[in-house]
Design a protein around this ligand. Structure first.
Ligand SMILES: Nc1ncnc2c1ncn2[C@@H]1O[C@H](COP(=O)(O)OP(=O)(O)OP(=O)(O)O)[C@@H](O)[C@H]1O
Length: 448
């Protein structure tokens, strides 16, 4: 990966040389005066600038330096400016900080201390950029809370947006932890019913005897222990959305009652005598293969067809290009903020392990894994050890450029963009192409 660009604004040739020499960890570009500094800023877009406040034409006053500072922050507000000041210029340095400079360093130069300040400035800048990109991804995402750059997943989100306004019954199919409930809530939030409730029931988690009363409610005295009238979840969802999770686990006796409800849209509370009309939009989900269950007689076929007006299949995480790294960054940001700890990076081995692991527990597994790693991490980075994932056994040699050049190019590009969290400059470096070439490739593949 290339060095970070650092702009040094200094009119003293000797100091310029000294700075170049002591800051050789960076790609240093220099400027002697305000005009050149602005030209270099526009050209190189450095994340960090060091500047002397005394610049020509009036090197004895701080006026030119402070004007440059104002100009830099107006043109590129995220730039971290480190002011180099002489002993007697402390007041000017403080003024610069008040105007938005990141820090100041007192001359004579102490190379180690200055490197430390500059290193921190780059780190902070990178964190801010990453957070901004993360927010951008979230707001770009058609569904709030769904993080993905995978074309299949994005297409699914667009389908959810299209389907949401209708009242069609939707069946969400996908492995455990792949986001079925999140999408069900997305369907509700994008529907005209969003101001009413979205009530969920998990058919696998509730014992058979209780499920009926949970669904339909009961009247006082309907059975021993029924001390007062209790509304069922279907009734509680009146006007809104009713989400039946793990529908494949619904006991056969209740399948018939649910079918009757779907046909007539009325319920009777247990022990009740009157029919109550219910207006809900039904969304259901399962990780089972409901169609073959219906074909084999393990699930009522007529109910299956009622429920599957629109079927949406969520791809497992292992089939979503680049999403594991993207989600890892997302959850790392979330849990670092939640645990009030400073932002952690991922070591390259940790990222490689994340990318090569197959995530059988899907997004829930990656979420738990990163939560644990954020707690366990002992330095500035999350290491492969903190993640507790198996180490990849070497290079991914599936990419056959001759057979599937386009597909491979696309996959590698998505992977690179995800690894650096959408940073075009770093993705281009990683791929070994120029920035314009990467933009061309992204255009070619229809990526924003
Ligand atoms: N694309 C995504 N972006 C961000 N978070 C996600 C995404 N998909 C799922 N999650 C999060 O992962 C966790 C599991 O998702 P969810 O409960 O929706 O999965 P599920 O398929 O309903 O699981 P189960 O079948 O086990 O009930 C939740 O915390 C959810 O917020």
């Amino acid at each position: 990966m290339g060095k970070n660009k650092l702009l040094v604004v200094e009119d003293d040739a000797g100091l310029q040389k000294q700075l170049r020499w002591s800051l050789d960890a960076y790609d240093v570009v220099v400027a002697n005066d305000r005009e050149t500094a602005m030209a270099q800023l526009r050209r190189h877009q450095p994340a960090v600038v060091t500047m002397d406040l005394g610049l020509p034409p009036d090197p004895d006053s701080a006026a030119e330096g402070l004007s440059l500072l104002r100009q830099i922050l107006a043109a590129a507000p995220d730039t971290k400016v480190v002011v180099l000041s002489g002993n007697r210029e402390r007041a000017h340095a403080l003024k610069a900080i008040a105007m938005g400079a990141y820090d100041f360093h007192q001359k004579p130069l102490d190379a180690d201390a200055l490197s430390l300040v500059i290193g921190r400035a780059f780190y902070l800048h990178a964190m801010q950029q990453e957070n901004r990109r993360m927010l951008q991804i979230q707001s770009d995402s058609p569904l709030a809370g769904i993080i993905s750059r995978d074309p299949g997943m994005l297409k699914l989100c667009r389908t959810v947006e299209r389907v949401a306004p209708s009242s069609a019954t939707v069946m969400l199919l996908g492995d455990s932890g792949s986001g079925k409930e999140l999408l069900a809530r997305g369907l509700h939030n994008l529907s005209p019913r969003a101001d009413k409730r979205c009530v969920a029931i998990n058919c696998a988690a509730i014992p058979e005897q209780l499920l009926e009363s949970e669904l339909f409610g009961y009247e006082k005295g309907a059975f021993t222990g029924a001390q007062r009238q209790t509304l069922g979840k279907l009734e509680l969802a009146q006007g809104g959305t009713f989400f039946l999770d793990e529908i494949g686990d619904m006991p056969p006796a209740l399948q018939g009652k649910l079918l009757r409800f779907l046909q007539q849209r009325v319920i009777e509370r247990i022990g009740g005598r009157s029919e109550i009309s219910i207006d809900v939009r039904v969304v259901c989900a399962t990780h089972r293969n409901l169609k073959s269950m219906a074909e084999e007689g393990r699930f009522r076929e007529d109910l299956y067809y009622r429920l599957s007006e629109i079927v949406l299949t969520i791809p497992p995480l292992r089939q979503r290009s680049g999403d594991s790294a993207l989600l890892a960054h997302h959850f790392r940001n979330k849990f670092c903020a939640g645990e009030s700890r400073s932002m952690l990076g991922f070591s390259p081995e940790a990222l490689a392990a994340i990318e090569s692991y197959s995530w059988p527990g899907n997004v829930r597994e990656i979420e738990n894994c990163i939560r644990r790693a954020v707690i366990m991490a002992d330095g500035p980075h999350i290491t492969a050890l903190d993640l507790g994932l198996p180490q990849p056994d070497g290079e991914d040699d599936d990419l056959n450029l001759r057979q599937a050049r386009d597909a491979a190019e696309y996959r590698v590009m998505i992977k690179a963009l995800a690894r650096v969290d959408g940073n075009i400059v770093r993705a281009a470096e990683l791929l070994g192409v120029s920035r314009p070439t990467l933009y061309d490739l992204m255009n070619h593949h229809g990526l924003k």
